[in-house]
Design a protein around this ligand. Structure first.
Ligand SMILES: N[C@@H]1[C@@H](O)[C@H](O)[C@@H](COP(=O)(O)O)O[C@@H]1O
Length: 245
């Protein structure tokens, strides 16, 4: 895993956007794996800026999102469909954009079909990832199998509490999500993991310890040959030193 420590959120976002733009320029029909949450927002702003001011062209690019809440209507203000529409898709025209359908009647079928679509149109050339404070990636919570493809995951209390800031109450946060599994994520050619802010310091410290196990989902990234962690100083903290306990 290559680790790039940057000054702050803005620098992290610029760096991530430049890696994506380079790929899109080199391979105009590439596939991007996209994430939600606060972490990639700045990256999306940079991509939008690059599209507007430098004409970076996404008309041949296909995107796959990692996850979606189960049971939230697609047009709910906090659905990941709405998030992506507002933060990226309404600003940049892509060829195809795919997000799991959390409203599907048969969720197992939806998961199988999403994985099959990823196999058909993918894999992602670059997969963008954030990290939860408990080490989750996508919505793969501690204990999720490293072998799993797209599946329904029960959300951890920690995750629901972290995401409650976007909902009127904790009770309103969905209890399940459809998520690409660890195995789906590891199919990508290249993975960009972003982390910013002091509240990610503990997760990054644990990641940098390098112990691989299903109780810390992000550690699965050590099983991939091309992962870059772009981390800001606050999230990095003392980095590897802090892990030498
Ligand atoms: N499912 C998403 C993840 O894809 C995201 O990386 C993580 C961190 O979120 P944030 O970037 O807001 O800290 O939690 C969310 O619940």
């Amino acid at each position: 895993m290559e680790v790039i420590v940057v000054k702050n959120y803005e620098e992290m976002s610029r760096k991530a956007a430049s890696v994506i733009e380079e790929k899109v320029n080199a391979e105009p029909d590439c596939v991007l794996g996209l994430a939600t949450g606060g972490t990639p927002l700045g990256t999306y702003e940079q991509l939008i800026e690059g599209h507007r001011s430098r004409g970076i062209d996404y008309s041949g690019v296909t995107t796959f999102n990692l996850d979606e809440y189960v049971g939230l209507p697609r047009d709910h203000s906090q659905s990941y469909h709405t998030f992506m529409q507002e933060q990226l898709f309404s600003h940049i025209p892509f060829l195809n954009t795919y997000i799991p359908n959390g409203e599907a009647e048969d969720l197992d079928k939806e998961c199988r079909e999403y994985e099959a679509l990823l196999d058909k149109e993918g894999p992602a050339n670059i997969q963008l990832l954030g990290i939860g404070s408990n080490g989750h990636i996508g919505f793969n919570e501690p204990g999720a199998s490293f072998e799993a493809g797209t599946h329904v995951e029960k959300l951890d209390q920690v995750t629901r509490e972290a995401n409650a800031r976007f909902f009127p109450s904790l009770e309103a946060v969905p209890t399940e999500a459809v998520t690409m599994g660890i195995a789906s994520i590891l199919k990508s050619e290249e993975i960009l993991l972003l982390a910013s802010g002091a509240n990610k310091q503990e997760a990054i410290r644990r990641l940098l310890k390098g112990e691989v196990g299903e109780m810390f989902p992000a550690s699965a990234l050590y099983n991939h040959k091309h992962v870059t962690l772009i981390v800001d100083e606050e999230a990095y903290g003392k980095g590897v030193d802090a892990s030498a306990e």
